[in-house]
Design a protein around this ligand. Structure first.
Ligand SMILES: O=C(O)c1ccccc1NCC(=O)[C@H](O)[C@H](O)COP(=O)(O)O
Length: 272
């Protein structure tokens, strides 16, 4: 699957190379980007990063009628700590323009895409994104490139969310300087989700890191269980996008009703 995602990026990279050669690459936005890390760290309970996702390889079309601006407003009203925006076009029907529209909520924005080239990071810096996603699996043979991209993003004032699937990938993420680590519960080949991956890998969290569990989260009990294992945040897309009232769905998920607090605790921390 990851190879298919890279293949779909060929045209985009050609365009970016041409823009660089012509001197028409968009300039970095000179704005104060809110910190995703701080926002997730300071949340009193397990934070929700709510995702704007119109379609996906696992579900096909999810909800093309909900606009990015409307979704962002609903997510903010429902208490999201940050918003993830899928910008990948070919498989997720995303667009960079969605980042501009989602900006209305004033929350940190995560650009979710398949990013592996410095020009894609440069292009991200021209958007209001606060952070970009980097998937360790793309850099198993070239861990130096992951480090370079993390540093390039930082130089632009962008944070990085570094996604892992295994213990070995956590080590690579740390070697690259990652301090926001995301465990993806979805197998990128079979597309099956299994929260046990987060439950197992959560034990590797170290002090000073922010951890996010992503994919397949659709119940307050998931947030409670992940909070008990030290996760600072959950990232939820499909379930919120499918819901008629995303703000209400988000409140339900966050357990803001009586007796449903999703406490954050750190019982399984590794010694850093
Ligand atoms: O969502 C997919 O089908 C998918 C397939 C292959 C690679 C990535 C995929 N999703 C990207 C994501 O990281 C998810 O959108 C995110 O974790 C939210 O997941 P969910 O709440 O299950 O929509």
């Amino acid at each position: 699957m990851l190879d298919r995602f890279i293949e779909a990026k060929k045209e985009e990279l050609e365009r970016l190379r041409l823009q660089e050669a012509n001197g028409t690459l968009p300039a970095p936005l000179e704005i104060d980007r809110p910190s995703l890390k701080r926002q997730l760290q300071e949340a009193p309970s397990v934070a929700v990063v709510a995702e704007y996702k119109r379609a996906s390889p696992s579900k096909g079309i999810i909800n093309p009628r909900l606009g990015a601006k409307e979704a962002a407003e609903a997510y903010a009203a429902g208490g999201a700590a940050a918003i993830s925006v899928l910008t990948e076009k070919a498989h997720f029907h995303g667009s960079l323009a969605f980042l501009e529209r989602a900006q209305v909520a004033g929350l940190p924005l995560l650009r979710k895409d398949f990013l592996f080239h410095p020009l894609q990071i440069a292009e991200s810096a021209a958007t209001p994104a606060a952070a970009v996603l980097l998937i360790v699996r793309y850099f198993l043979e070239t861990p130096g490139t992951l480090k370079t991209l993390v540093e390039q993003a930082q130089a632009y004032g962008l944070e990085t969310v570094v996604e892992v699937f295994s213990e070995a990938e956590i080590d690579l993420a740390r070697q690259a300087g990652a301090d926001i680590i995301q465990v993806n519960n979805r197998d990128l080949d079979t597309l099956q989700v299994d929260l046990d991956r987060s439950y197992a890998l959560g034990k590797r969290k170290q002090a000073g890191e922010v951890w996010i569990s992503a994919s397949g989260i659709n119940a307050p009990q998931h947030c409670v269980a992940l909070g008990e294992r030290g996760f600072d945040a959950v990232l939820v897309g499909t379930w919120l996008m499918q819901h008629k009232e995303p703000a209400a769905a988000l409140r339900y998920l966050r357990g803001v009703g009586p007796g449903m607090a999703t406490a954050k605790s750190t019982p399984f921390f590794e010694q850093g």
